[in-house]
Design a protein around this ligand. Structure first.
Ligand code: PLP
Length: 382
């Protein structure tokens, strides 16, 4: 063995300039700008993840998430990770190899559910809708009757299309067929009416960076007692250690046993974001999102632009705008960013090149942002 220690290689020792973040207005599919109060909370000094102060804060975050989702599920926590981590947690915990999982696919994120469920060994079946449309209850009933799934998974607010899937009646239907209902609420939590318990939703997940006005980094997650029962009765181990709710519940429940180091500051931030939502009140927040979305839709119409989704099931949080014939959509969104510091999204998947995606979520759902975007759009389109 050589006793000569290697010399330090400075090849990667760069000293980048000081952080100088451009003042972007994030009106795309997410993240949205965080409320300044949330950013202040994020900047506070971390405490230990088993500190009594933090344990109390965890309880508050859980309670406030239950409020935001209108559920009393004891198993309601913020997963450490983005929305996709919480999404994966729902499937990892509930799917046992061979379980039939029926996914209602109406856009990009439905296909992500299909992919994830398959990775946990599910026998995945799909019902597919054109991008921008939603399922009727009857179509979902037929799907359940045909496939007899253990889990029906569906996206409430499909961020790739701007469509809002109605959920009323679906919980009863799933119970009739002894099937669990899993719903993606990433682009609806905080901005669109959600009543998880009344609607019989068994599993749901969301994100911190959209309707809650917090930076990305936590994935709210909830599981009904019915779903917890299925987890308890598994004959196989959850195939994902990090997201295993039976382990996580020992930290988030009474026992307070270390599992992984919670992202302390992100939890401060989420608590502040949820505190802001509770101060405003859910109905006021839902109404604000709808009012500002309507202002946007009117303004787009005045500019001669068309929305991709029918108004009956158009999301207030995310609007897909048809790119007019002959217009280079990407060039326009680039110009909005470079000349006006406004980010909007380009189309995703099947809608790439056909639509822009405009998000008005959480702290960003304000009339002044709508008017700013409309006037910038008018200039770049002329
Ligand atoms: N589901 C939907 C509907 C989404 O819009 C997103 C992200 O935009 C996700 C899941 C994944 O969330 P994240 O990007 O936070 O991992």
């Amino acid at each position: 063995m050589s006793l000569v220690s290697p010399s330090v290689n400075d090849k990667n020792r760069i000293i980048p300039p000081e952080l100088n973040v451009p003042p972007r207005l994030l009106l795309g599919p997410g993240p949205s700008n965080a409320n300044p109060r949330v950013l202040q909370a994020l900047a506070m000094s971390p405490v230990g993840h088993l500190d009594p102060y933090f344990l109390q804060l965890m309880n508050e975050v859980q309670t406030l998430l239950r409020y935001a989702w209108q559920t009393d599920n004891p198993m309601t926590i913020p997963m450490s990770g983005t929305g996709s981590a919480a999404m994966e947690a729902t499937l990892a915990n509930i799917v046992e190899p061979g379980d039939v999982v029926l996914v209602g696919v109406m856009g990009y994120f439905g296909y992500r559910l299909v992919d994830m469920a398959g990775r946990y060994g599910a026998d995945v079946r799909k019902l597919v809708k054109p991008w921008g449309r939603v399922f009727s209850l009857e179509e979902l009933r037929q799907g359940i009757e045909t496939h007899r799934p253990k889990v029906l998974a569906i996206v409430h607010a499909e961020t790739s299309t701007g469509a809002c899937q109605p959920l009323e009646g679906l919980g009863e239907l799933c119970r009739e067929f002894d099937c669990l209902l899993l719903v993606d609420t990433v682009t609806s939590l905080g901005g669109v009416p959600l009543f998880l318990d009344s609607w019989g939703v068994d599993l749901s997940y969301s994100c911190s960076q959209k309707g809650l006005g917090c930076p990305p980094g936590l994935g709210p997650f909830t599981m009904s007692p019915r779903a917890v029962e299925k987890l308890k009765n598994r004959s196989t181990k959850v195939a994902n250690w990090y997201l295993d709710v039976s382990l996580l519940s020992q930290y988030w429940g009474q026992d307070r046993v270390y599992h992984h180091t919670a992202p302390i500051n992100m939890n401060y931030a989420l608590r502040e974001a949820l505190r802001i939502l509770a101060q405003e009140g859910l109905e006021a927040s839902w109404n604000r999102h709808l009012t500002n979305a309507k202002l946007l839709w009117e303004g787009l119409n005045d500019l001669g632009l068309k929305c991709h989704v029918h108004e009956d099931y158009r999301l207030p949080t995310l609007t897909t705008v048809r790119i007019p014939e002959g217009v280079d959509g990407k060039a326009i969104s680039r110009q909005l960013l470079t000349e006006y510091n406004i980010e909007i999204g380009n189309g995703l998947g099947e809608l790439a090149g056909q639509v822009w995606r405009v998000g008005l979520m959480g702290y960003n759902s304000r009339p002044e942002n709508v008017l700013l975007l409309l006037s910038a759009l008018k200039r770049v389109l002329n």
